[in-house]
Design a binder for this molecule. Sequence first.
Ligand code: NAD
Length: 259
Amino acid sequence: LPGLKDKVAVITGAGSGIGRAAALLLAQQGMKVCLVDLKDDRLEETKQEIELAGGQVITVEIDISDSKRVEEAFEQTAKTWGRIHLVFANAGINGVLAPIEDMKLEDWDHTLSVNLKGTFLCVKHAIPHMKEMGGSIVITSSINGSRTFSGFGMTAYSTSKAGQLAFAKMAALELARYKIRVNAICPGSIKTNIGENTEPTAELEKIKIPIQYPQGNQPLEHSPGQPEQVANLVAFLASDISNHITGTELFIDGAESLL
Ligand code: NAD
């Protein structure tokens, strides 16, 4: 795709799922990629796969809700390769699933902190390294941020994902003067590791859920989507062929959100 070769990308949540697929595709397209994630073997595996294919890659192991460490990650990337063209603010968690009245404040805070504060921090600390040249910021929200019809227990998650959509639009307006485009993507169910640490609480199990979330029942394919399909959309939004697209939310869900 035009406008990617030799440009620099920072990808959060790059050790797994959507972030990993995006990192592999963008490196294949000739981008230099900084992979950001928590300390995890999968981050190293992603790095090795890119190196084996001849790509340029560095890794930074941080928690994206830690402002100082996020700032350092962007400084390190810029020191290594110069100005940054793409930020894929993608790391996220489901968090603890609980009914509102049983939700612990610390669990609410944690979900908001990783998904929403983490997104804010990535964009905030990226701007100094992007504003001279312009570029693209892609934020992974969810269909749950816009059409919040998933089962009970996802309140904190959906709230954080809705917050990301408002943030993306405000950022698009504010950063247009630097020729930085900002778009949110809203995947439906995608086959990743996000459910790995997500257990419903006992309180949630007691609730009879009247609205069944159509888990992965996507009219187009009758199954969850693949991370590689989402990565294609990220590459499009990073490239020059999307240079008139900013401030949008793009659904990628095989029509799941229309059920
Ligand atoms: P995933 O669990 O496979 O990958 C997420 C990555 O983010 C992991 O490698 C994890 O270690 C990392 N991460 C989590 N907390 C972090 C933190 N505090 N600091 C740094 N890294 C952290 O899941 P995924 O499905 O690929 O998730 C990527 C994004 O896609 C998330 O924002 C998620 O909300 C969103 N999303 C996923 C789906 C889905 O069905 N999988 C649907 C809609 C939106």
